[in-house]
Every structure is written in structure tokens, then in C-alpha cells.
Ligand binder design. Structure first.
Ligand code: FES
Length: 101
């Protein structure tokens, strides 16, 4: 699936991934602002992204544990997801994610 990241510098980076999480794809390709400090276990929020509103149906909203984590981040909005909780599949093809920080 092709996944596009927009960083806080307004840099647009499109990456192709087949498996793993969106956070891993971003970290492996040095996308600025996605650090994945906790290794993908939903406890750091350094992988926070805002899904483009028109793509939110593809990702869906956060699960309860993820939601609890997002509540601690003041950058959270209604399109927030932790990218370590997004598993790459063809269902996500073409989505645009704005890096939250
Ligand atoms: Fe820590 Fe996603 S990598 S919450």
C-alpha cells in the first residue's frame, strides 16, 4: 500500500509498505516527527498522526487503549491515530497522514 506522510515542515513523503505497522514504515524511512519510542505498544504517542479527513473511513477510529493514550496528547483531534496501531494492508492504500508534531 502507498502511504503518504506530511511532516511539520510540509514535506510530503510517499512510501510503499506491505506489512508491519505504519509507524515502522515511517521510522525505517526516517520520517521526521515519527519516533516510535515505545516500539509500537501504544504507550508513548511519538507516532501520532492526523489522518486526512477523507481517509478516516479507511483507518477507522482508535481502540480504547489507544484512545486513553491520545487523551494525554494536547495535539489530539478527531482524526488522531497512533500510527503503530495502523497495520499496513491494501485497505490503507493511498491514505494521507499528517505528522502531529
Ligand atoms: Fe509508541 Fe505508537 S510507537 S504509541
Amino acid at each position: 500500500a502507498k502511504i503518504t506522510f506530511i511532516t511539520s515542515d510540509n514535506e510530503t513523503i510517499t512510501l510503499e509498505g506491505t506489512s508491519g505497522s505504519v509507524m515502522e514504515l515511517a521510522v525505517n524511512n526516517n520520517v521526521k516527527g515519527i519516533d516510535g519510542d515505545c516500539g509500537g505498544v501504544c504507550s508513548c504517542a511519538t507516532c501520532h498522526v492526523h489522518v486526512a479527513p477523507e481517509d478516516f473511513a479507511k483507518t477507522g477510529g482508535p481502540e480504547e487503549l489507544e484512545n486513553d493514550m491520545l487523551e494525554f496528547d494536547d495535539l489530539t483531534n478527531e482524526y488522531s491515530r497512533l500510527s503503530c496501531q495502523l497495520q499496513i494492508s491494501e485497505a490503507l492504500d493511498g491514505i494521507v497522514l499528517k505528522v502531529a508534531k
